[in-house]
Design a protein around this ligand. Sequence first.
Ligand SMILES: *Cc1c(COP(=O)(O)O)cnc(C)c1O
Length: 364
Amino acid sequence: MQFIDLKTQQTPIREDIEQRIKAVLDHGQYIMGPEVTELEQRLAQYVGARHCLGVSSGTDALLIAMMALGIGPGDEVVTSPFTFISTVETIALLGARPVFVDIEPRTYNLDPTLLEAALTDKTRAIMPVSLYGQCADFLAINAIAAQRGIPVIEDGAQSFGATQRGERSCHLSTIGCTSFFPSKPLGGYGDGGACFTDDDELAKRMQQIRVHGQDRRYNHPLIGVNGRLDTLQAAILLAKLDIFPDEVERRAAVAERYRKLLGDMVVVPFVEDYNTSVYAQYTIRVEQRDEMLAALAAQGVPTAVHYPVPLHRQPAFASLGYPHASFPHAEEAARQVMSLPMHPYLKEADQVQIAEAVKVAVNG
Ligand SMILES: *Cc1c(COP(=O)(O)O)cnc(C)c1O
């Protein structure tokens, strides 16, 4: 049993992928080739956004989005302490200060009722994370941001394909960012990511920042980065995008089976009625996590913990000066969450076996 089974996914699309790669080898435009543009158009259409930019990773998507908004030293960016390191390291890399707001314990996403208190006259952006495949509450967050004229960036690295009130993730705020890291819901065979926006001016700035801040060759109005998506990655993602809508449905079916099998034994994912999740992770909550992890390992069930340490307690961010107990819901989640195998092709028989292993552990 695998935590994420990319091999099974590859079998039916292997020929398409090979053809797509072969086309790139034939035309030889490895940087910003036609596949990048084709992918950007298809992703923009899928998300419903005016603009899509393929970039080199989800991390660079966040960096480029914040650079386009002019975020730098002295600025504050409000985000969640319960996320992958990228969300916060990119803020720090720009010399800005990450300001944390605790999570809502059922969804693990930034709690909008705590947001207002974290805003100051230095707040330059709010960057909620749509964790485990479910979007943060952008209706509430955008309303607070709009009162102050603050832009909102969605870290949608785990939520590509999810919806909220009929809109797709990455089209819920000023800029939406996602990742195509192989294990994400839409994953390539290497690093990749994308930025989405409806704002023409921001799209233009992000396009320039992606290529060293240039508007034309050797002319650089902005300071930028090397943040392009490889043509070969775009080619692979085009083949994967064909089956992605079907995979989103399969993910929901797998999650529903898990809910039926596990719902009485452990805390299963809670999805708000205005959301659909893509279940980037199927993350449960247990009080005796070490015992559960050991019991599943003994039964050959792979697991992972996303994430064992909230970011305000990472050594790299000690200088922010947050006391340990600053964010009780994030702290408790970090102690209790664990993720089970999750991918579109997970078999019912495997899920039954996983549920049996959970049952043995729960009954001690
Ligand atoms: C994966 C991830 C990222 C970073 O994406 P990369 O493509 O690996 O750089 C950022 N934020 C979150 C929440 C993620 O899960």
